[in-house]
Design a protein around this ligand. Structure first.
Ligand code: FES
Length: 177
């Protein structure tokens, strides 16, 4: 029996049709590589650069990154599936993250997420991130955002909000153009 394992390594990430790295992104990645003693050490930073460019990490992105870093796709795939901040599916233009840890849960986080879901026509009972059909908003629960004294707490992309009433939530959404 041949001891060589020839089955393809599982990579159940979604496909991204038309995935193409721009010269600017490749230049950014090349520059990143200069900061590390070996290419592999730059894996996480390269993935962040790719995620900044595309919003998520696809099968094609994993394969491109592996090739760029002289690694196997499994070496990149294991990083993508380990770190929750690396996205395995396309996200909306605006990512709304509602903290659901204890203080926020008691302070109305579940009602706040439900408010967003109803507002956007999403299923409030579904698990995981949900994105509107037009790709504008993604709503999801996250764990503690480190402002437990001012619940409920949320982020909209990089902006941080505390004591978010439903009226304040509507205001935040209204600013998302
Ligand atoms: S519990 Fe929500 S910020 Fe800590």
């Amino acid at each position: 029996m041949n001891a060589m394992h020839t089955d393809p390594i599982p990579n159940p990430l979604q496909h991204q049709s038309g995935f193409s790295v721009t010269p600017a992104l490749e230049a950014e990645v090349n520059e990143l590589l200069t900061h590390y003693p070996e290419k592999r050490a730059a894996s996480l930073m390269v993935l962040h650069a790719i995620q900044d460019a595309f919003g998520w990490i696809s099968q094609e992105a994993v394969e491109w990154t592996a090739k760029k870093l002289d690694l196997q796709p499994i070496n990149i795939y294991e990083i993508v599936t380990f770190y929750p901040m690396l996205r395995q599916q396309p996200m909306g233009k605006y990512q709304i993250k509602v903290c659901r840890t204890l203080s926020c849960a008691l302070g109305g986080a579940y009602e706040l997420r439900e408010h967003f879901c109803k507002k956007f026509g999403l299923d409030a009972h579904a698990h995981g991130p949900q994105t509107t059909k037009d790709g504008k908003f993604t709503v999801e629960f996250v764990e503690c955002l480190a402002s437990c004294g001012t619940p409920p707490v949320m982020m909209c992309n990089d902006d941080f909000y505390e004591n978010v009433s439903h009226a304040k939530a509507d205001e935040i959404v209204g600013k998302c153009k």
